[in-house]
Design a protein around this ligand. Sequence first.
Ligand code: NAD
Ligand code: UGA
Length: 435
Amino acid sequence: MKQICVIGVGYVGLVTAACFADLGNRVYALDIDEKRIAKLKQGIMPIYEPGLKELVERNMRAGRLFFTTSYAEGLAGTEFVFIAVGTPSGANGEADLRYVEAAAKAIAQNMTAPLIIINKSTVPIGTGDLVAEMVKQAQPRPIPFSVVSCPEFLREGSAISDFMNPYRTVIGSLDREAAEKVAQLHLPLRAPIVITDLRTAEMIKYASNAFLATKISFINEIADICEALGADVKEVAAGMGYDKRIGPYFLDAGIGWGGSCFPKDVLALIYMAEQNHVQPHLLRAVTKVNYDRRHAVVERLAEMLGGLQGKVIGLLGLAFKENTDDMRDAPSLTVVQGLLERGARVRGYDPVAQETARPLMPQVEMFDDPYQMAEGCDALIVVTPWNEFKHLDLARIKQLLKTPVLFDARNIYNPQEVRSLGFKYRAIGRGFNGG
Ligand code: NAD
Ligand code: UGA
C-alpha cells in the first residue's frame, strides 16, 4: 500500500484517485472546488461516468479514499502526488497552464517531506521542467522532489475500464529511481511500461491524441468520397480494419470529433509546432476537415427539408460522445447554432447530458423522452450515438413526426431497414448522397 494524493477531481483525477484506492492504496483526492469536495464526501459525483459512484463509495467505506480541499492534509505522509487539473485552450490555441502552475506552487508551499510529483494532466512539451523550476522557487526551504510525466489515456464513458486496462503506461523522467517507483505503482495494471525522458513522454500524449483525431478526420473525408461515388464507408472501414497495420478502431465516420481533449490537444500541438517554426500542415487540415463536418450536417439537412426556416428539428443526443455528460466542444453546440441561424426551432434530448447542456443552449427546448421530443418534429438528427437510440421504436417515431425525416449523423441505423419503414433517411458516407 502506498499513500497518494491526486490534485483535481475532474474526469481524470477522480477516476485516478478511485482506481488507485481500489488497487489498495491510501488516496487523498484534493480539489480547490469546495462544493465539489463537500458533495463527494456525501457520495454525490460531480460528473457522470459509468461505475464511478459505486467505485468511489466502496473505497470511501473501505477507508482508502479521502476527499479534501487542504493541500497540507492531502500531502501529509504522501510519497506520490498526481497533478490532474485542467489544461484548457488559451486564446491562441496554446494550453493554458494556470491551474498546473497554481497546483505546483501549492505543492511546493505545503510539502513537508520528499515527494514524487507526477504530471497526469496533458501538458505542453517542457512543462515537466517548468513545474520542477516552479516548485524549487516556491519551496520555503529545500526538500528533495522529482517531477515525472505519466500522461493519462483514458476515454470518458469508459474511463474506469480504460484506467484499469491501459494499452501502456508511459513514464517520463531522467531520475531513474523516481521512474522505477512510479512504475512499481502501476505494476498492478499489468500493461507494458515505457520509460523515457520527460519531454518525450509529454509528446507521446499529444502525438497519440493527434493521431486518433487524424484517423477520424481521414475516415470522414473517405466518407464524403464514398457519398460521391456510391460506396459504403462502414463496410470500407470494416474492410480496412482487418489489416493489423490499420486496425479497426477510431474509424467510425460521422459528425466528427469533439470533447475536452482532441480539439484542445490538436490545437496545442499546432501552436507548439508554429512557435518552433514547424508548419503543421496535416494537423491544420485534420482540424478543418473536422469542423467542416458539423456545418455540413446542417446544410445536408436543409437540402433534405428544402430549407430550415420555421422547421422543428429534434436532436437525439447532445453530449460530445455517448456515456458521458460532458458538453465541452460537443458537435451539438455547432449544429444548434447553425439550425437557429437558418430559422429552425430546435429540440433536444440526451439521456444524461441535458443538465450540462441546458445553460449552453438556452434556446433549445429540452425533453425528458425521445418520443415526446419527436412529436410534431419536421426531422430528427442523431448527434450522439447513445445505445438507447439504436433501440428506439422507429415505427412509433415515424408516426409521431410531422414529416418522417431522419438524419443519422452517427451511422447507427441500417439504411435499408429505416427506409423500409417509410423514412426519408440520410446517413454519412453510405452510398450515393449519404445512403
Ligand atoms: P476537469 O476540468 O474535469 O477537472 C479539473 C479539476 O481540477 C476541477 O475539478 C478543478 O476544480 C480542479 N482544479 C483546478 N485547479 C486546481 C488547483 N490549483 N488545485 C486543485 N484542484 C484544482 O479536467 P479533466 O477533464 O479531468 O482533465 C484534466 C487533465 O487531464 C487535462 O489536462 C486533460 O487534457 C487530461 N486528460 C483528460 C481526459 C478526459 O477524458 N477528460 C483524458 C486524458 C487526459
Ligand atoms: C480521447 C482519447 O481517446 C483518449 O485516449 C484520451 O485520453 C482522451 O481523449 C484525452 O486525452 O482526454 P475522449 O475524448 O474521452 O478520449 O473520447 P473518444 O472516445 O476518443 O472520442 C473523442 C471524439 O471522437 C468523440 O466526439 C467521438 O464521438 C469521436 N469519435 C471517436 C468518432 O467520431 N469516431 C470514432 O471512430 C471514434
